[in-house]
Design a protein around this ligand. Structure first.
Ligand code: SAM
Length: 233
């Protein structure tokens, strides 16, 4: 009975995501006031970047981890150039190095594979080396089933491997397109820590950023963002 309920929940969520509009999502979350390179307090959001589960339409995660792409091969509307330039700056490179970084990104992203964090085995069994990945990076993707999803993605990591996680605090929904309201599980800092522990991770570092009033753009009800570095036990 419980299993059937969970299956229905997953199916309902999958139906919601049919309406996910990448252009709207990027406009709401990756343009000012939420992404503003003039403001020092927001830049933290971009400085912890590397990738993995549920990247969706965004690329900022992979810019530092390897060294987006570019406008518009997939019909995506956001110009990632300022993000690339900013990551170069954070890394101490000259801003003009962004073109090299973009080229390198194209080289090192070898594949994009489907993942479903609701499944105990989220990736196809041969998508990763059998020992597991050294590092997983997940940004704003586990909110639909936080603790369960944390446990599932942990199976992709080798023991001693690292998890870099970014997520929202207190968010019960977000708008992913006109009229597309996606329900999420609101968590607070204590719940994040407890879920990590329950799922077999050792917390190394937790940072919290409280969203400023002007960053409430009406597309979700989050009060903050957390950044976690953790190790799989
Ligand atoms: C809020 S968006 C985050 C997009 C992007 N990672 C970012 O940092 O802005 C949520 C993402 O979670 C992905 N997602 C939703 N359900 C998922 C699931 N069961 N497994 C993996 N990813 C999922 C969606 O495709 C979407 O890209």
């Amino acid at each position: 009975m419980e299993e059937k309920g969970a299956e229905n929940g997953v199916a309902a969520m999958a139906a919601c995501y049919q309406g996910f509009d990448p252009a709207e999502y990027l406009q709401s979350n990756y343009t000012p006031p939420r992404a503003d390179f003039e403001r020092k307090d927001i830049l933290l959001l971009l400085s912890l970047s590397l990738t993995f589960p549920g990247d969706g339409p965004t690329l900022y995660q992979v810019m530092s981890g390897s060294e987006e792409l570019l406008q518009d091969e997939g019909g995506c509307s956001l110009d990632w150039t300022p993000f690339l330039q900013h990551v170069c700056k954070l890394e101490g490179r000259r801003p003009s190095a962004w073109t090299e970084k973009a080229a390198r990104l194209r080289q090192v992203i070898v594949d994009i594979v489907p993942i479903d964090v609701n499944r105990p085995q989220p990736l196809a069994h041969d998508a990763l080396p059998s020992a597991g990945a050294d590092c997983l990076v997940s940004c704003f993707c586990l909110e639909s089933a936080f603790t369960r999803a944390l446990g599932h993605i942990g199976r992709l990591l080798r023991p001693g491997g690292h998890l870099l996680l970014i997520g929202t605090l207190g968010m019960s929904y977000y708008m992913a397109g006109a009229g597309v309201k996606i329900p999420t599980v609101p968590v607070n800092e204590a719940q994040v820590c407890a879920s990590l522990k329950e799922s077999g991770y050792t917390l190394i570092r937790l940072e919290v950023y409280t969203l400023r009033q002007d960053m409430n753009v009406g597309t979700d009800d989050a009060y903050g963002v957390f950044f976690v570095k953790a190790m799989k036990e």
